[in-house]
Design a protein around this ligand. Structure first.
Ligand code: FES
Length: 255
């Protein structure tokens, strides 16, 4: 289904930590339900005002009953600073939903682990909801530098919930990859910093466990037109925005 452009209204905007925000907006197209791993291009400033590019932000949660979508994002530049300044009642321009999302058919009847790092945990909440609704209760492994966010709401949707922090102030002191045993799973679904995803992919490959990863790239058009977000894969260059952002880990991180 092609992405659409529309203006939506900010219904709620919460500050979870110094740099993490949770924004809820109305989604007027119930006939176009966004799915886990897809993203939207967000903008709340005029086209002739910097920054030039809209911000790609992944879907955190879609609530079909309420007709709302949520974005969990990190404030780390001019664009997200402008987004963070939006108050409830403010208008946000969206283009989306874009991208392929996670392949849930591959998870049917399987033992599944979700592995997230930092703001890369954002799309995993919608993913946990969709898996749960399809009868698969995943385990959840998450890693943060220090203060975690959004972990508690995974508990009702997941079996095991394992937390690691670099600081050691919360959960296991170390990397989330030290907690994961891929041999216990048929499929690992992963989103986070690229070094973490590469490490997860390598562990999965070693143990013969299938792994999907969600890549992050700077994006200009977000619809496959500018070729600015190309990544190298085993079958050649592919657009992260249109042909991803979710790929089989062997395609993008394979030897
Ligand atoms: Fe333009 Fe992906 S951002 S092709």
């Amino acid at each position: 289904m092609p992405a659409i452009a529309c203006d939506v209204t900010v219904l709620e905007h919460q500050r979870l930590t110094d740099t993490i925000r949770l924004m809820t907006v109305n989604w007027p197209r119930r006939d176009m339900p966004p799915k886990a791993g897809q993203f939207f291009m967000l903008r709340c400033w005029p086209a002739d005002v910097a920054p030039v590019l809209s911000r790609p932000i992944s879907l955190h949660s879609y609530d079909p009953a309420m007709g709302t979508v949520q974005f969990l994002y990190e404030v780390r530049g001019k664009g997200t600073e402008k987004l963070a300044a939006l108050e409830p009642g403010g208008t946000l321009s969206l283009v989306g939903p874009s991208g392929n999302g996670f392949d849930l058919a591959a998870a049917q009847g399987k033992k599944v682990a979700l592995v997230g790092g930092g703001i890369g945990t954002a799309p995993l909440y919608q993913l946990a909801k969709e898996l749960c609704a399809a009868g698969t209760k995943p385990d959840y492994y998450c890693g943060f530098r220090d203060e975690p966010y959004g972990v508690e709401k995974f508990a009702p949707l997941c079996g095991k919930v394992q937390l690691a922090t670099d600081s050691g102030r919360f959960g296991f002191h170390g990397f989330v990859t030290q907690l994961l045993r891929p041999e216990e799973y048929d499929l690992v679904l992963c989103c986070g910093p690229e070094p973490m995803m590469r490490a997860v992919a390598a562990l999965c490959e070693e143990k013969g466990t299938a792994c999907q990863v969600s890549l992050e790239r700077k994006m200009a058009c977000g619809i496959g037109a500018c070729l600015g977000c190309t990544c190298h894969t085993s079958t050649g260059g592919r657009c992260v925005c249109k042909e991803g952002p979710v790929f089989d880990s062997k395609e993008v991180f394979g030897a």
